[in-house]
Design a protein. Structure first.
Lengths: 328, 325
């Protein structure tokens, strides 16, 4: 199978869906002539024209808000938030309007809206351009939250998100845009709410999201050489959440580590840990551990940023902590 | 301007329907029958009525927290509205929304909105949808003087001006944002002046003259339908009641209220109808009687309707498969 980068896979998803459905349009800052600052919308303006690929002013409330109005009146917007950190200036339109309109109106409205946003640290973009905010969106009934880790998942999940018909926050870790992986040429949709076992193992379950999936896989490889078999699970979506895949894994391995790049306090890992503690308590042979970022804004200076972002060493230490706890 | 007699009677009937509905809602709220907050439109009827009389069912409006007048003016069903205010499952939103979130998508009513300034981006998007699909539908955005300071107002005007979208921004300037008088919340007096900042037409209108509102809206709507882009119409008006029912309105003087009561829109049109001999006084009484009967029927419908069942709490969070039920 041919390989694409994560950004190319997203681009292909957008292109194929826009070819299929003339009501889909793309809007955002610099998405048209510039092709998006991460290149995800490259070439779409040439293929589909200005009506369907709209460069917007710097005006997030109107970008997302107009998408709400358009989605409620027959169109299918896929808007881009250049950095998830910019959601602050438009949050009302997302969480008070888009997420709640269908419910508040007694089911009568449709709100097929995808908000794509880059996220994550690692390029010294500093505190206001580097956050992982998925926990905010998880907490809003009416939103769905999707966060792929591979080009294959990216294309399939974006196609599913576009077709889903609900307001969806689609998060793209900025360090993933350049990674390569096999991607089928035809359109395909990965059902939202299905986790993926990225690596099978017996001794410990590691649940990880976005870029942490790759760090968890790297850590698993190192650990396997030391005789520790790690199962890595990528939830792929936080709402809806595939609890069963994780519970089945924990029932097999009896140990759970959750790795995300978010600040640990009140991150998505807290929700996942609570659910496993509630539903698989008797299967756990060690406390659930979370590997996440410290409770600080993302620092600028590269050595500090490296300290912020969880790495393989921290994952390996966490795994050994729960494995050794039993052996000791 | 020589307006059609039927139109004048329709305008009168519609305004009076809003007035009688709102008066009744005020009484019911005072009697403890309606949960939550109520924000009455009494005094501002000419704005919603004059604007919406120009609209088709497939045109869009976005409304505000003070939205009952807009909903009725756009053709909303009194029974379904009243049932929603009572929180019954037969209401417009199955009891899920309440006064500030009533919507009728079939009539292009994209909802009352509990967030001040929530409407402009949504109306901009509805106009975008019309332009995208190549129709001549327009979107009306109702908002108040308070909302004219919100970032969303500016973003909506900016986006619709640069993309030439068919949205008409109708400011209901009642001179107060809750307790903040206009002179305390903005430097300018005429909000229509802000249109110049976006290079779009802006007009000040006597918001208590339903004919003036009708004519200004008509021109703006025609511009929108012709692809000439957005307009801003500022209607000077006044709310007779407080911001919410129960508001002691300590921030307004009795004299100011009385000045505006003397200029209220329904009696003004009534005087014209009588003077032009379009109706006789007893005909007006008959119209009023019919309207009151409709309001009575709406209340009876609401009071006879059941509340939603507890399991309905999970309905309609998402389209398709439920999540986390």
């Amino acid at each position: 199978m041919r390989t694409l980068t994560f950004a190319q896979a997203l681009n292909e998803a957008l292109r194929q869906e826009m070819q299929r459905d003339p009501l889909i349009y793309v809007a955002g800052e610099d998405v048209g002539t510039y092709g998006g600052i991460f290149g995800v919308t490259a070439g779409l303006l040439d293929e589909f024209g200005e009506k369907r690929v709209k460069d917007t002013p710097i005006t997030e409330s109107a970008i997302i808000g107009s998408a709400v109005g358009a989605a409620g009146t027959g169109l299918r917007p896929v808007v881009e938030l250049m950095f998830v950190d910019f959601i602050g200036v438009a949050l009302d339109q997302l969480f008070n309007q888009a997420a709640k309109i269908k419910y508040m109106f007694g089911g009568k409205a449709e709100m097929p809206l995808v908000v794509r946003a880059s996220c994550g640290a690692g390029i010294a973009a500093a505190a206001q351009h580097s956050q992982c905010l998925e926990a905010w969106f998880m907490h809003v009934p009416g939103l769905k939250v999707v966060l792929p880790s591979t080009p294959y998942d990216a294309k399939g999940l974006l196609i599913a998100a576009i077709r889903d018909g609900n307001p969806i926050v689609f998060l793209e870790h900025k360090l993933l845009y350049g990674i390569e992986g096999p991607v089928p040429e035809e359109p395909y949709a990965i059902p939202l709410g299905t986790a993926d076992v990225k690596r099978e193992g017996q001794d410990v379950t590691v649940v990880a999201t976005m870029n942490m999936v790759h760090k968890a896989l790297a850590a698993a490889e190192v650990l396997s050489r030391e005789g520790i078999s790690v199962e890595v699970i990528d939830p792929r979506t936080l709402t809806p959440f595939d609890q069963d895949t994780i519970l089945n894994s924990v029932k097999k391995t009896h140990r759970l580590i959750i790795v995300t790049e978010e600040v640990k306090h009140a991150g998505s890992s807290a929700e996942i840990a609570a659910r496993v503690a509630e539903h698989a308590f008797d299967y756990l042979d060690a406390p659930i551990k979370r590997v996440a970022a410290p409770f600080v804004p993302v620092p600028f200076s590269p050595p500090l940023e490296a300290e912020f972002v969880p790495d393989e060493a921290k994952i390996i230490a966490a795994v050994k902590g729960v494995v050794m706890a039993v052996a000791a | 301007m020589a307006l059609d007699k039927d139109l004048l009677l329709r305008l009168y009937t519609r305004m009076l329907t809003i007035r009688r509905f709102e008066e009744r809602v005020g009484e019911l709220f005072a009697a403890g029958k309606l949960p939550g907050f109520i924000h009455l439109y009494i005094g501002e009827e000419a704005v919603a009525t004059g604007v919406c009389a120009n609209l088709r069912d497939d045109d869009f409006i976005t409304s505000t927290h003070r939205g009952h007048g807009h909903l009725i003016a756009k053709g909303g069903d009194l029974k379904l509205m009243m049932a929603e205010l009572y929180g019954r499952k037969t209401g417009y939103c199955k009891g899920k929304g309440g006064s500030m979130h009533i919507a009728d998508l079939g009539l292009g009513i994209l909802g009352a909105n509990g967030i001040v300034g929530g409407g402009p981006p949504i109306a901009t998007g509805a106009a975008l949808s019309a332009q995208y699909r190549g129709t001549d539908q327009v979107a009306i955005c109702f908002f108040g003087d308070g909302a004219s300071n919100q970032g969303t107002f500016h973003e909506g005007l900016n986006m619709s001006s640069v993309w030439k979208l068919p949205v008409i921004f109708v400011c209901e300037n009642n001179f107060y944002g809750i307790s903040m008088s206009q002179e305390r919340h903005q430097q300018i007096s005429d909000i229509a002046d802000r249109a110049a900042a976006y290079d779009i037409p802006g007009f000040v209108v006597d918001g208590n003259d339903v004919i003036a509102v009708y004519e200004a809206a008509s021109a703006a709507i025609q511009r929108g339908r012709a692809g000439e882009g957005p307009s801003l119409i500022e209607c000077k008006t006044y709310r007779h009641r407080g911001h919410f029912e129960g508001d002691p309105t300590v921030y307004r003087s009795k004299e100011e209220l009385e000045t505006w009561l003397a200029k209220e829109p329904i009696r003004r049109l009534e005087a014209r109808l009588l003077e032009m001999e379009i109706v006789a006084a007893d005909e007006l009484g008959r119209i009023d009687g019919e309207i009151r009967a409709q309001v009575d029927a709406a209340v009876a419908f609401a009071e006879d309707s059941p509340y939603p069942d507890a399991v309905e709490i999970f309905d309609d969070v998402y389209t398709g498969e439920p999540v986390l039920v």
